[in-house]
Design a protein around this ligand. Structure first.
Ligand SMILES: Cc1cc2nc3c(=O)[nH]c(=O)nc-3n(C[C@H](O)[C@H](O)[C@H](O)COP(=O)(O)O)c2cc1C
Ligand code: SF4
Ligand code: SF4
Length: 275
């Protein structure tokens, strides 16, 4: 049930909702827009109708347009976005103090507004509690040790040997002593689980860094969980049918950066078709 409602007092009959619905299921019926009979199931939950209606006449899924943030005057400008993208860093030194739970919930609620191939399918698994974080860290490293001792390291991951040595000497190369882990997964039936997760984590990274938090894309943890210790998925309550898209570490950074990077050598393949 889409619960598509149009406030007739507000609707100007501009047709924007009709033209912008990506699956073409809105039409005048007869005077005001409505979902075409029998087409409700084709809705992809994109909320384009809801967000394009300038007077805020549409409600769908029980949403109130007055509770959305207006875009006019609220968007960051190009310079601010450029600074955020170029100023973002991978953090490898974290404060021990955890991020408060409300901040984490708020960031994830915002990130859940990002694009996915099927709208609303991502699972955000987050470790907030420091005892749990320690257990996960220890368990992953012991899993790596077990794989090394029993010669069960997958080919290509022999470098975990030196990572384990570092761990035994107090260095956490995998989790960088970060206070939190964020894992994004999707059910295996969605069209593109990995890109969905990577997009969500990219948004999370930029948003987190905009509020002074640090993040690290964690190839090593992803590798360990996906190919060395698959049992970890069960321990983290991630459904068996889910594909882990990627893993990110985050927390308060213990380092400060003062300027943007200058990776300006963009490799550009600009095509002009010639027969
Ligand atoms: C997909 C991906 C996986 C990464 N995995 C790790 C990792 O396992 N450990 C780590 O310390 N850094 C990891 N990084 C961080 C990169 O090394 C880092 O992005 C690169 O050196 C550039 O530095 P910057 O992110 O500060 O610009 C990863 C980055 C990406 C995009
Ligand atoms: S976008 Fe809003 S104002 Fe325009 S026709 Fe649709 S409901 Fe009416
Ligand atoms: S949510 Fe998207 S697909 Fe569904 S009716 Fe609105 S515009 Fe169309």
């Amino acid at each position: 049930m889409l619960n598509f409602l149009v406030d007739q007092e507000k609707c100007t009959k501009c047709e924007d909702c009709i033209k912008d619905c990506p699956v073409g299921i809105i039409a005048f019926s007869p005077e005001y827009p409505d979902i075409i009979e029998g087409k409700e199931d084709e809705c992809i939950s994109c909320q384009h109708c809801f967000t394009i209606c300038e007077p805020g006449a549409i409600s769908i899924f029980g949403l109130n347009p007055d509770e959305s943030m207006p875009l006019k005057g609220n968007l960051p400008n190009g310079k601010q976005m450029e600074c955020l993208i170029k100023g973002r860093r991978s953090i490898r030194h974290y404060e021990m103090e955890p991020v408060d739970s409300n901040t984490i919930s708020h960031l994830l609620k915002v990130v859940a507004n990002g694009p996915t191939s099927m709208n609303d399918q991502l699972l955000f698994t987050v470790i907030e509690d420091q005892e749990t974080m320690k257990k996960v860290r220890d368990d992953v490293m012991e899993g790596i040790r077990e794989a090394i001792v029993t010669s069960n390291l997958p080919p290509g991951s022999e470098f975990f040997d030196s990572i384990l040595n570092a761990w035994d000497n107090g260095q956490d190369v995998v989790f960088r002593h970060a206070p939190h882990i964020l894992i994004v997964s999707s059910p295996d039936y969605v069209p593109s689980p990995e890109p969905d997760a990577v997009i969500a984590l990219s948004y999370f990274e930029l948003l987190a860094q905009s509020v002074g938090l640090g993040t690290t894309w964690c190839n090593l943890a992803e590798w360990a969980v996906a190919s060395i210790i698959p049992d970890m998925k069960r321990k983290l309550n991630i459904p068996d049918s889910h594909i882990i898209g990627y893993i990110m570490l985050f927390g308060k950074p213990a380092v400060t950066y003062y300027r943007t990077v200058q990776r300006n050598n963009v490799k550009l393949n600009r095509v002009v078709w010639t027969d």
